[in-house]
Write a protein that binds this ligand. Structure first.
Ligand code: BDR
Ligand code: CA
Length: 307
């Protein structure tokens, strides 16, 4: 069967081990054209997330993919913190500095100059994306769709009701969901059903590419922490699920409904409120991910990492 035309995508990241794995899958997958990567503060301060992004791409040989730094803090809140391994400097070797310029300007220029085929893939707090919407609202019509990692129908990982990317900058997230463009939400409900077991990590490590070797190192670290340390059956590589769903949207089970973001709740700030039952009678603005076919997810991951 002929390979379909690659889908042009832009990643917005706060690298982060799972952002790194997602980037390497995107950079290497034959059905994706990775136009560039914008960075934002989130898992770590902006200088760290930008540095980790460059180190990941450069060590895998992708020095030609532009990396542009963006917002150094959320719209109105202080940068809350990830204190775990996500905020460490990577040790992979870096070969260049970030592309000069500001991610928000670059996003607007790239999208407005495009033919309407770009899929925007935010894997981080949505600050850059909200700022781009404020700078040029017409990007809403020009982007084919937004496939983001963030939120949850049920639960959270920072508070009982909030997922990290949304919790860091709820105001930005609200702007993104209210923009009126097609959104697919790959939230915790999905990513927690795509745990990669150690046997599949071994399959990744058996591949003979630089990006598989780097991914193997990142996954090994996660296995030690999550499988050995926490007793989970596999590792949760959140952001990779969103990239995989760009290649094969059918791996997701979704529900099309209205979603809004809680910004004022004293217990619930950062909650993605998903109106699955249509109780608000508001028009649907999001394809909410409910489940994922793990074998299809892992197949896309291997396709992105193999030679
Ligand atoms: C999200 O938060 C970050 O720590 C991860 O990179 C992912 O984007 C998961 O909640
Ligand atoms: Ca991330």
């Amino acid at each position: 069967m002929p390979t379909p035309m690659p889908t042009p995508i832009i990643l917005d990241v706060d690298t982060g081990y799972d952002d790194a794995v997602a980037m390497l899958i995107a950079a290497g997958h034959p059905e994706i054209e990775l136009l560039g990567v914008t960075t934002v503060a989130g898992n770590a301060p902006l200088d760290v997330t930008t540095d980790n992004t460059l180190r990941t791409l450069d060590a895998a040989g992708y020095t030609n993919i532009p990396v542009i730094a963006g917002a150094h803090r959320p719209l109105v809140r202080e940068l809350g913190g990830s204190t775990d391994a996500q905020s460490q400097h990577f040790r992979f070797s870096k070969k260049r500095a970030a592309t000069p310029g500001y991610a928000v300007d670059w996003l607007v220029e790239m999208i407005m100059a495009s033919d309407g085929e770009i899929v925007l893939v935010p894997l981080a707090p949505l600050t850059n994306i909200a700022l781009a919407l404020y700078k040029e609202p017409a990007i809403v019509e020009k982007v084919k769709k937004v496939v983001l990692m963030g939120g949850a129908v049920h639960g959270g990982n920072m508070t009982p009701t909030a997922e990290f990317n949304i919790w860091i900058d709820p105001e930005a997230a609200r702007i993104v969901w209210q923009a009126g463009w097609p959104i697919t939400m790959v939230g915790l409900d999905v990513t927690s059903r795509a745990l990669i077991p150690p046997d599949d990590v071994a399959q990744v490590k058996a591949l003979a590419t630089d990006r598989a070797r780097i991914t193997g190192e990142l996954l090994d670290f996660c296995v030690q922490r999550e499988v050995v340390g926490w007793g989970k059956p596999g590792v949760q590589i959140f952001d990779a699920c969103a990239v995989a769903a760009v290649v094969d949207p059918g791996m997701l089970t979704t529900h099309h409904c209205f979603v809004d973001v809680e910004t004022t709740g004293t217990l619930t700030a950062g909650m993605t409120v998903c109106d699955l039952e249509g109780l608000t009678e508001k028009p649907a603005n999001c394809h909410v991910g409910l489940d994922i076919d793990y074998s299809r997810f892992f197949r896309v991951m291997m396709e992105g990492l193999e030679g």
